[in-house]
Ligand binder design. Structure first.
Ligand SMILES: CCCCCCCCCC/C=C/CC(=O)SCCNC(=O)CCNC(=O)[C@H](O)C(C)(C)COP(=O)(O)OP(=O)(O)OC[C@H]1O[C@@H](n2cnc3c(N)ncnc32)[C@H](O)[C@@H]1OP(=O)(O)O
Length: 386
């Protein structure tokens, strides 16, 4: 199937839509009925989901039913109403349909049998609510968040971004000392699930890009602010966002089978995860350019030489050696580790948030570009063997 040249116009859009139609499992977002069911489910929740989640639900409900917040800001001493106003206002111009979908997704993540991911008990193997695509376990002082879509190389769906946000929020408050992110199967993660771009709500592709930028910003913010030592156990190849985020981790342990690839230009996209700042800082601008602009794929040993990876282990002993080391680290005094992390990170936090915001704004535009749409159409066409 030949697709598009020249300016983004009807041919590209209609090509994308044709391909989308072949792939879509869900095109129209949550219906009013789904939304009403979700509202009823909230009333039946067995556990109090906590104030943070309740504020999110409130904000999404208001956005879905009334649109962007336009009421006057409550006074500083009206704490409850101000918190509600802040939560609603933070959604900006998020379209009503997206807010409705996000509300339904959030409620479904709270209502699964395993309940909230904020209640992971040590020694249990508990799955994050909502799907089995992100598995959260907590044992020996370590909370492990695992990408679990091995058949799709752990590509990250929009639901998974949300689940990881919730899992990180929970891990920041649970009893564990350190938090680990890893992948199940032969890949660490193949990055953003490219079919995320095909779930087109009534507001069209512009709305997908807008809500994608809001979600991405929130997702990366969680990594910037995460208060405990955060370690990546890179069990295999990584592509895109799981690579760029590594600049925000405190340690990165990789199997010698892992590779690190950020083919943004090939995809008509640009850097995210604060990598436009962290990569030049870690490896110098020339090496960062090779990765972020020219899409050079690094082996684990190359990534270690560039400072992106802390240490590389042979695949045959990777899991054994890394987990033994992590268990020892998890016995160190947690408060000392948190305070040291704060010292290392605090000077940069404001800058990182600003960079994240800028990268997301730029990406929002890129997602609507000819170059990006062409790349996605090509990927989907190959997938569909068109
Ligand atoms: C507007 C968007 C709104 C959404 C919100 C998003 C907000 C955040 C965006 C953050 C942006 C991040 C940027 C990135 O992450 S860029 C990186 C994107 N990833 C890729 O380009 C990788 C694409 N995949 C591949 O190139 C190859 O699959 C592979 C990883 C090299 C593996 O190749 P291999 O031959 O070994 O295996 P297969 O290709 O057969 O893969 C097995 C099946 O898995 C599916 N797959 C793999 N990766 C993805 C992916 N990223 N998205 C969707 N599906 C993926 C593949 O299609 C196969 O499926 P099939 O068996 O059904 O054909």
């Amino acid at each position: 199937m030949a697709f598009v040249t020249g300016r983004l116009g009807r041919p590209l859009r209609s090509s994308l839509l044709q391909v989308v139609q072949l792939h879509l499992s869900r095109t129209m977002g949550a219906s009013q009925e789904d939304f009403e069911n979700a509202m009823n489910q909230v009333k039946l929740l067995k556990k109090d989901p906590g104030n943070e989640v309740k504020l999110k639900l409130y904000a999404l409900y208001k956005q879905a039913t009334e649109g962007p917040c336009s009421i006057p800001k409550p006074g500083v001493f009206d704490f409850v109403n101000k918190a509600k106003w802040d939560a609603w206002n933070a959604l900006g111009s998020l379209p009503k349909e997206t807010a409705r979908q996000n509300y339904v997704d959030l409620v479904s993540s709270l209502s699964s049998p395993s309940e909230s991911s904020s209640h992971v008990e040590p020694g249990t193997d508990q799955k994050t609510p909502g799907s089995e695509d992100v598995v959260v376990t907590s044992e020996d002082g370590i909370t492990k968040i695992m990408f679990n879509r091995p058949a799709q190389k752990n590509a990250i769906t929009t639901q998974m971004y949300r689940e990881i946000i919730l899992a990180l929020e929970a891990a920041s408050k649970d009893n564990s000392t350190i938090t680990v992110i890893t992948g199940n199967g032969d890949y660490y993660s193949s990055g953003n699930d490219l079919t995320n771009f095909t779930k087109i709500p009534p507001g069209g592709i512009e709305e997908v890009a807008k809500s994608g930028a809001v979600l991405l910003r929130e997702f990366v913010d969680c990594f910037i602010d995460f208060p405990k030592p955060l370690i990546a156990v890179v069990n295999g190849p990584a592509v895109g966002i799981p690579v760029t985020l590594l600049g925000l981790f405190d340690a990165v342990y990789a199997s010698d089978r892992a590779t690190f690839h950020t083919p943004f230009s090939h995809l008509g996209q640009t850097a995210e995860g604060c990598s436009s700042y962290t990569f030049p800082k870690i490896m110098g601008p020339a090496k960062a350019t090779e990765m972020l602009i020219f899409g050079k794929k690094l082996t684990a040993r190359e990534a270690c030489a560039q400072g992106l990876v802390t240490e590389v282990f042979p695949e045959s002993t990777f899991q054994k050696e890394v987990w033994a080391r992590l268990k020892a680290y998890a016995k160190l005094p947690p408060n000392a580790m948190k305070i040291s992390k704060e010292l290392i990170r605090s000077n940069e936090k404001e800058k990182l948030h600003a960079i994240n915001a800028e990268e997301c704004t730029i990406l929002q535009g890129r997602w609507l570009s000819d170059e990006c749409m062409n790349a996605i159409v090509n990927f989907l066409s190959r997938k569909a063997k068109l």
